[in-house]
Design a protein around this ligand. Sequence first.
Ligand SMILES: Cc1cc2nc3c(=O)[nH]c(=O)nc-3n(C[C@H](O)[C@H](O)[C@H](O)COP(=O)(O)OP(=O)(O)OC[C@H]3O[C@@H](n4cnc5c(N)ncnc54)[C@H](O)[C@@H]3O)c2cc1C
Length: 733
Amino acid sequence: MKKILVLAALAALVAAFFALDLGRFFTLEYLKAQQATIDAYYRAHPLQTALVYFIVYVAVTALSLPGAAIMTLAGGAIFGVVIGTVLVSFASTIGATAAFLVARFLLRDSVQARFGDSLRAVNAGVVRDGSFYLFAMRLVPAFPFFVVNLVMGLTPIRTWTFAWVSQLGMLAGTIVFVNAGTQLARIDSLAGILSPSVIGSFALLAIFPFIARRGLDWYRARKALAGYRKPAHFDRNLIVIGAGSAGLVTAYIAAAVKAKVTLIEKHRMGGDCLNTGCVPSKALIRSAKLLSHVRRSREFGIRSAHADFDFADVMERVQRVVRTVEPHDSVERYSALGVECIMGEAKITSPYSVEVRSAAGVRTLTTRAIVIAAGARPFIPPIPGIDQMGCLTSDNVWDLRKLPLRLVVLGGGPIGCELAQCFARFGSEVTQIEMLPRIMMREDPDVSALVSERFRAEGVRVLTGHKAKRFSIENGVKVLTCEHAGKDVRIEFDEVLCAVGRVANTTGFGLEELGVPTTKTRTVEVNEYLQAKFPNMYACGDVAGPYQFTHTAAHMAWYASVNALFGFLRKFRVDYSVIPWCTFTEPEVARVGLNEAEAKEKGIAYEVTTYAMDELDRAIADGETHGFVKVLTVPRKDKILGVTIVGEHAGDLITEYVSAMKHGLGLNKILGTIHIYPTLAEANKYAAGNWKKAHAPQRVLRWLERLHAWMRGKPNGADESLVRRDLKDGTLP
Ligand SMILES: Cc1cc2nc3c(=O)[nH]c(=O)nc-3n(C[C@H](O)[C@H](O)[C@H](O)COP(=O)(O)OP(=O)(O)OC[C@H]3O[C@@H](n4cnc5c(N)ncnc54)[C@H](O)[C@@H]3O)c2cc1C
């Protein structure tokens, strides 16, 4: 309502300006004709003249009316260069800021809500460099004054920044115009005031801030590196610390572009993913899934099936899988690709040098750039008594050969969930403890509910809202005491698996000594180019976050290696706009982009379309009818904001939506794509179909119904019932 009133008032003022033809007072001819009269009045009443002039100037600019240029000339003609400049400078800034605020008040929310997604990069750019852009636009008279005011009002730039940068940026132009106003008699047109050379000088001034920024970057880089002796020659172009997913890809890319690159690994090539993460966990999940199928045999028409297994054999298979994948990440493979691999412990001794401790001794290598890819490790929370429990983590659980009878899994995140379900399927009595109100807290509540329900059905005791308070040993029995709803809950167990998060490896290899800052989440602090404190030091993968997945580590590695090697030419900002992930429980939970909870939290308008897996032929045939596809779209558009898929092979199915989001394809395109029948992937198409149905043009369909009735030879081209219905809801004239 307030907005409507403001809009109406503004519209009335602007309409009055044109209706009363007030524009005639803001012409060169009128100004010249009235100059003597105005001069006389100014001499008699200097203060009033200045005040009236100031108010009119502010009003003209605030309402974005034509006439600011003439007013500026008049400022010079009446008050002279100095007073004229002061008056114009402040009046134009106040007027511009008022116009900016009005645009912000009336339009910003709706523009940002509607185009927020597309504007995200622009907004980020404005937050980062807005003052530079504004300064440049103010300096170059090619950008109309009022357009700059209105457009900037729609961006997130701060009002105070807008005001002072505008005033500073407009100053040069103001002086030129005010000065021209002192020679009013000699001016024939506004165009003549700015000669090409003056415009050229302004343009040079406009690019100055950008040159200055480059200079500032260079200065900062020099300052950061000051005190470290730069070697005359470097042994390497790049040293990569850590041979996990991030380090391997970094080194691979560097070698592919013929850089001399050294990859240092202190433990095992392949890092967590190969040795203690993705690969063993997925291998274990496979065996557990087989057992679950055996248990479900009756569902598939098999009267009885029995699995005789030894947990130790299952874990041996896990290791066989790891060994099968191992050659992909091996020293041999990477050496053949041109990467120098050193098995040893790296320590960064300066931004240009890395010390390596290996079986061959200690040596120091010099390098132009360093990429830190040191990964993360399981976090053990400081719960009293936990040290005495011989806590299992994702690092050492793979060494188990005896199935724990009673297993407590601390943590309801992806790793906790995957392993809790696995162990329950092997026959452990699993109690999963989560402090938050539900497991898989990052996903929507309906997702958590579905997974919890399945877990409970399979015998996992899921205790949410339970805070682990202390561990103890009572009469030789391990006990965890949790707090739940103000009461203590006692859980007896044989083994505890801690899966409450992972903490980046940022200590013990030189970062503290060099003062490399870390973030609140304890990852290495990097900028958008993945640069850490020093311009030639980069970090990627789990050690830098913000995501901790193998595919994001590889994604970041591209930016780290390319920026480290070619940043002197061009640097690339890491793009986190479309990041998918999957939790490999059963049902699998895959996601890309926003879910409902996040959209609500960020205030992003969305529509939801779902498709339930129990309608899908292939899911029915496979006996896997659990789950759904949930797509969030921009209201009334097919543009995808995010997708969650719960169900069999959700992690594979989501890829279609990842590609669609990455390449800007909407649901119409997915619907228009042939999907093989009968596959689970058809669920993606049917979700798009549901969206289409919900957006079908009802009025057109009713007319089509009528057309078909007419073509069947019905009187008046319509069924009576239809006519009656349309009359009732008013769609028939
Ligand atoms: C149980 C589990 C299951 C997972 N499942 C999945 C999944 O299904 N999908 C997925 O995408 N992600 C999964 N992840 C996450 C994934 O494993 C990690 O995101 C990924 O391994 C990170 O790679 P990275 O290169 O950043 O770190 P890492 O793989 O941890 O590699 C870092 C390497 O640096 C070495 N290093 C550290 N300091 C030094 C030093 N000073 N000198 C020399 N070397 C050093 C370490 O020894 C290590 O080998 C899982 C993780 C776990 C624990």
